[in-house]
Ligand binder design. Structure first.
Ligand code: G
Ligand code: G
Ligand code: MN
Ligand code: NA
Length: 253
């Protein structure tokens, strides 16, 4: 059986799911958002993200198909929240391959309209470490989405830009949020130099900061006092199935 066929089967059999990990406003301690993380039902019934699944999906040319499912499922979740008066935002990962697909913009706008999603409730996470090889193209794709009110986050920030020249390019990108890579959060609070630099850069560029992989109260406290906006990590909670996330974190209006 081909990889393509396997993935198509998974889609058709409803084996993919988006689980939700809370994102916490560090100043208030409130859950204000969630990151949607892809999971696949395993033969034993558990859901997991098998090692290398995303890469496999990309390699066999199925990222557009799966990416469409991810965006649709995200809109469905948001529409459900909105109908219940839940005001949390949702962060959705989009791969660079998905982004470079020429008609993503049109399919995406159609989705927002069909599900009547308030665009401000959606954040797209673009992974920096996949390297933005063609900033002009990424720019052209992101700009119209952003002008609708969708916000753009750079995921794994700090891992991809090897040079100041590359860093220079991000100034021109239509980006709202930097998500600091977990490796820099791991160093806190003893070594705070990289996180401090990124916080200052974000402030300079008028961007918000999300710290990912927050695991200890000491890390959370350092980030809060340094003015980071949002924290995400096992200290708060792991990714949960949507019904459990909603029972725990979505207050009915
Ligand atoms: O929990 P975690 O194992 O879910 O995620 C592992 C990696 O897979 C992360 O780098 C994350 O960005 C990526 N990932 C998780 N869900 C998605 C998704 O829906 N789309 C894309 N493109 N990547 C995802
Ligand atoms: O999209 P991204 O690369 O940011 O995906 C986040 C990944 O990090 C997911 O695999 C998620 O399950 C994982 N993760 C989230 N919080 C923590 C944490 O506090 N510690 C660890 N080790 N992993 C985390
Ligand atoms: Mn992410
Ligand atoms: Na990340």
């Amino acid at each position: 059986m081909t990889e393509q066929h396997d993935i198509l089967q998974s889609l058709e059999n409803g084996e993919f799911a988006l689980w939700l990990q809370p994102q916490v406003d560090l100043a208030s301690g409130e859950v204000v958002s969630a990151e949607a993380l892809l999971r696949q039902r395993q033969p034993d019934g558990d859901f997991a993200l098998p090692e290398g699944l995303i890469e496999r999906i990309e390699r066999c040319g199925m990222m557009a198909r799966v990416g469409d499912w991810i965006l649709e499922e995200s809109c469905r979740l948001l529409a459900e929240w909105q109908s219940q008066g839940v005001t949390l935002t949702l962060s959705v990962n989009v791969s660079a391959l998905q982004l470079l697909n020429d008609d993503l913009r049109h399919r995406f706008m159609a989705l927002l309209t069909r599900w009547r999603i308030h665009p401000g409730s959606l954040i797209l996470e673009v992974t920096e470490s996949q390297r933005i090889d063609n900033p002009q193209k990424v720019h052209d794709i992101l700009r119209p989405l952003r002008s609708l009110g969708v916000r753009i986050a750079i995921d794994d920030f700090g891992m991809g830009y090897a040079s100041l020249h590359q860093l220079q390019q991000i100034k021109g990108l239509p980006v709202d949020i930097l998500k600091i890579d977990k490796s820099f959060i791991d160093a806190l609070p003893e070594d705070d130099s990289m996180v401090a630099v990124i916080l200052s850069l974000a402030k300079h560029l008028n961007m918000k900061v999300v710290a990912e992989g927050v695991e200890t109260p000491a890390q959370r406290d350092w980030l809060r006092q340094a003015g980071a906006d949002i924290g995400q990590g096992f200290l708060f909670d792991k990714a949960l199935p949507p019904h459990r996330f909603m029972a725990l974190y979505c207050e009915p209006a």
